[in-house]
Design a protein around this ligand. Sequence first.
Ligand SMILES: NC(=O)c1ccc[n+]([C@@H]2O[C@H](COP(=O)([O-])OP(=O)(O)OC[C@H]3O[C@@H](n4cnc5c(N)ncnc54)[C@H](OP(=O)(O)O)[C@@H]3O)[C@@H](O)[C@H]2O)c1
Length: 317
Amino acid sequence: MMRAVTIKEFGGPDVLTVEDVARPEPLPTEVLVRVHAAGVNPVDWKTRVGHGMAGLQTFPLILGWDVSGVVEEVGFGVTTLVPGDEVYAMPWFPRAAGAYAEYVTAPARQWARKPATLDHVHAAAVPLAALTAWQALVDTARVQAGQRVLITAAAGGVGHFAVQFARHLGAHVIATASAARHPWLRELGAEEVIDYTASPFEQAVKDVDVVVDLVGDGQDRTGTRSIEVLRPGGLLVAVPGGVSPELAEAAEAAGVRATPFLVEPDGPALTTIAGLIDDGQVAVEVEETFPLEQAGAAHTRGEAGRTRGKLVLTVTG
Ligand SMILES: NC(=O)c1ccc[n+]([C@@H]2O[C@H](COP(=O)([O-])OP(=O)(O)OC[C@H]3O[C@@H](n4cnc5c(N)ncnc54)[C@H](OP(=O)(O)O)[C@@H]3O)[C@@H](O)[C@H]2O)c1
């Protein structure tokens, strides 16, 4: 058996309850990992209330997709990991991964060795947010040196990785955040930082090649407004809400492109990201940790939408 935070119905933070449940067994090609820390992401609370990836799940559901831990056991056929290896991953997404628990099983190749310079808490803050930033900038937008990249909600989990990756790629990085976060975002590599609470960002920036929008149209129509800052042919990666028919129409009328986006498990990309972290090129910001039993408090904190970097649950170790 193992301790896990389960939900049996969609609802507020109080539907998250700690229980003893069966410990998973690794199938052939899978590894069993003892979870030391689990990252908390907006998709966790969106799914908890019945949105996000809720339609793909069954009850009882163990939320959480970000894991850092130690390999406990490997299934038949696994040749790349052995018990005792320190690993991190965003396994199974968008199927349930069950990271808010003492053990997780997942295919060996969805894991990567955790960055050697990070403890488990900081490593658990990386996978989902960093893979989102990496897959948006590198695999989707194919950002090149010298391009102008706007990142909205740059101070959050995905945003603070996106700023650093875009800078690493040689882009001119423009970020939106509230004023208190500006000095930190400049340290991370943003050359221009716009206080979105003081004035509309589209009045302060133009000729952008790529927008990685992390706010969406739910709040102040940030997605649609970001079309105005793109150069002709530029690309909007609409990370939170996809591309609505209205957004697609506005993009076409403006002569720019807009694409929906969903992050995917990617062990090899996590190995590359671990290298950047261990080289000192990318820093990981954890604003607050919560014990597993306080997953509800972590959700409440995250849902306020003001997190600097990441929130993480400590599980074992
Ligand atoms: N499609 C996918 O695969 C995928 C993957 C990952 C995340 N997402 C989605 O992407 C969004 C961002 O995720 P996240 O983990 O980065 O969220 P997060 O860490 O919770 O974001 C919090 C940050 O958002 C900033 N913020 C809030 N409203 C803003 C606005 N109007 N303009 C600029 N900044 C604003 C806040 O900065 P201030 O305190 O400075 O205001 C805060 O630092 C979420 O909706 C998430 O569900 C989608």
